[in-house]
Design a protein around this ligand. Sequence first.
Ligand SMILES: [Zn+2]
Length: 83
Amino acid sequence: MKSISSFNSRPPPKRRSFNGRRFDMLKVVGDAPDSMSGKRRFKVRCDCGNTFISFMGNLSRVNKSGLPRSCGCAKGGVGGDAN
Ligand SMILES: [Zn+2]
């Protein structure tokens, strides 16, 4: 019989720190309490100075708009003219 670690001494789930991670204009500046449904949330700061709480999923999802991720201030086409 293989020795398996006891269920009682299971380490707590690792919470990866995303501190300092940058997502376009947003930078993770700290942890925020999980949402009611248990989703991870982070405190992020936009390059414009706005600080708010965002879901990890919102930060890491594929950005289809072509706009940089921001607090919303980049709406309207930051990143150069297309064409
Ligand atoms: Zn902003």
